[in-house]
Structures are given as structure tokens and as C-alpha cells.
Design a protein around this ligand. Sequence first.
Ligand SMILES: Cc1ncc(COP(=O)(O)O)c(C=O)c1O
Length: 464
Amino acid sequence: MNAITNHMPTADLQALDAAHHMHPFTTGDEIAAKGARVITGADGVMLCDSEGNQILDAMAGLWCVNVGYGREELADVAARQMRELPYYNTFFMTTHVPVIALSQRIAELAPEGMNTVFYAGSGSEANDTNIRMVRTYWDMKGKPSKKVIISRHNAYHGSSVGSGSLGGMSGMHAQGGMPIPDIHHIGQPNWWAEGGDMNPEEFGLMRAQELEQAIEEMGIDRVAAFIAEPVQGAGGVIVPPSTYWPEIQRICDKYEILLIADEVICGFGRTGNWFGSTTMGIRPDIMTIAKGLSSGYQPIGGSIISDEIAGVINSGEFNHGYTYSGHPVASAVAMENLRILDEEGIVTRVREQTTPYLKQKWDTMLEHPLVGEANLVGMMGSLVLTPHKESRAAFKSDTGTVGFICRERCFANNLVMRHVGDRMIISPPLVINESEIDTLIERAWQSLDECHARLKAEGLMVAG
Ligand SMILES: Cc1ncc(COP(=O)(O)O)c(C=O)c1O
């Protein structure tokens, strides 16, 4: 058996990858035909590939590398913890120091009245926990008929059967028998695509009130919880109108249904506060966490739970857990990551310096002929591509055709920017500095120009 190393020719690595590795959210035949991009290293906000390209990662991996790549401190902590206690579980009355320390720290950072964490290995697992947690909570409160969890179309809450059901991605629901029973979806607050003649505030209110209608229709004795991302991420960085969240909070309070804020992307500084719930002014009962908790250096997720829910669930046995719930190495790395975020003032810097700088640049993208809307909350942003700005028109070509072309141009210009349909999105490492932001904007502009030229040449600049 020959060792497979970074020094092998790219084509050989690609062929081996295509032969034996099935990729998430990828067409296997396409990867076999074109070959995957092979990432060989990373530092700060830059990735390096097997061809020696230096690529600006404006997605922080998958929205997770908040402290940037190449942090020796995190590698050191992981190595130390692996030597001391590489694994032990937290089932059946056992614990260990890394998970004790991390839980205490998360409770300090979390909003008041949220002092307990249940751990998982990922955001998907944590949302699966939430489904069982809220239903068990209502069971134990003597209201077993409260089972329905209301979510939103085009939400993303993970890829397992439970979390994928909570999500509202039709392409996912079409595969593998989802959604599971007792999950209900209402409309999303995507004004650009769905707001019609309403102004954003009217539309935000209308979409929030769909929650009230759904509760009234199903009956309050059936509804357990509402789940949402403070700012939709994978759906296309959709920033809700200002009227949306206050109305959702009012409805959750009125009907006493649990509010689950999925903070998997928004948490740990991405929106300029420790949690997106603070930025959006909401008071959740449960917060889903993952990604930025460890900056992606270790797989770890969890649910931060209100004292009320913890009190109820703790009065019995919660028959639920994962082998890696509260994994010691992941916990130690997460703890060190939180120290870095705090001691380097990264969250404050995002709020007070980096976001205003990026916003000023991001807004200039509106001058580009392809860009209809430029959204930014903290370090997550989107550009909506359109053939006709005034009418907020969509392209005549299949949704995503234009976004895909633009993303390919970004890759060619050494910029990782993702597309969701015909929206281009960014979520860079929180440590990105001003000159790196300038580079991001230059490469994005150049990619948009090249995309625009191709659309015109191919007759694709047409409204549908
Ligand atoms: C809001 C949200 N929730 C949950 C998840 C799922 O997390 P994971 O991929 O760690 O399972 C994601 C992943 O992108 C997410 O964006």
C-alpha cells in the first residue's frame, strides 16, 4: 500500500477520491468527470490547493472557522488532551474536567436563564436532540399532545432524518422519506423573492403572523415549539425585515410555545454578538450550537437549555445521548476557541470595526448591474443576482444556473463564495482584516463582471 500524500499529482488524488469517496451534496458523476478541488493547507483566511493556488475562503469552511485557520493553540490543546484523556463518555453518572469547564463557560456566555448544555457531535444531532427534548418536556408537564414543531420553508437545520425534517429544503424532503410526522412549515421572511407589492416591514409582519395562524389552525394543545435561525444561512443569508422577530416573539409568548433559536451559524460572534438571538432581540428557550463553538477544529454541537426546561427534564431520565456527547478533546478545543474569541476581542471587533468596514464595501456591490440586493449582518452576507433590479425579477433560466456560473468564476479568481440559487453568499472567518476584505471585494467584483459578460454572450440576461 502506497502512502497518499499532498505531493501526489492532483489528477491521481482526484481519481482516487472519485473512486472511493461519496461527497455530501454533490453529484458523484460530476466529481468523477471534473475532479474535486484538493485542499492541502490553510492559514488565516487563505486556503492552499494542490495546484498551489492561494484561495480566499469567504465561507470560513462551512460557516465555521471563526478564529481562522492555522491556530497552534488549538492544535496544542488537542494534543495535550489526547495524551491525558482522549475519550471518556458522559453517560451513566460520569463526567470529566473539559466538559465541566466548557459547560460552565457556555452558561456564562449564554443569555440569562440559560445555564445547561446537552452535547452532540454536530448541529444536526443537536437539532435531533431538540425534537426529543421539547416533546419530552411537554410530556413531563402533562401535555403529551403537544408534539408539533413549526419551522419554515427554506430553513436549514441539518441533514439527519429529524433535523432534515425540521429544515424546509424541498430537495432534501424529496429523498429518504422526510419530513417525519408532526413537523409543520410556514413561509420564510424572504422579501426580495416573495414580498410582492408589500414593503419589507408589512411583509415581515405578515410572515410572522403565519405562525399565529398555524397555531390557531392546529390548536395550541398540539404545538410544542417553533424553530428558526436568527438569520437564515444556508437558505441564502436571508435577513428578516425588522418587524419579523418582535412579532414571532410576541406570538411565542402569547401561546407559550417554546422558541428554539438555531444558532449553529449565528452563534459565537458571527453576527457581532455572542449569539444571533442577541442581535435579533429574541429570548429563546433552547439554542442549537455547533460550528463556531470549536471554529470547526473539532466536531462538537449541543443545545443550550433554559433553566425551566432543564428543571423539568432533569426530574426524570432523558433516554438520549451520543457516544461523543461532551467528547473531552472536542470540549477542550472548544474551550480554547472561546478563550481566543474572548481574549482577542474578536466578537467586539466584528461588531464595531469589521462589520462597518465590510458593510460599506458590500453596499457598493449594489452598483454592479447584476446585483439587486446586498444584505449583511455581521460577517454573513448575500448578493441577490437579477436581470432586472426594479422589478426584483428572477432569471428565466432554471434557478441556480446564474449562481453556479458566478460561483465558478469566483473559484477561477481564487475566491470561495457560495451560491444558493441565484444568491451569492459569504461568511468569512471573523478574523478577516481590512486588506483581506478589500481583496474579497475585488475578486467578487471581477467574478461578477465575468459572469455578467457570459450571461450577455449567452443570452441569459433575461427575466423569467
Ligand atoms: C442553522 C444550521 N443548523 C444546523 C446545521 C447542521 O449542522 P451540522 O452540519 O454540523 O450537522 C447547519 C449546517 O450548516 C446550519 O446551518
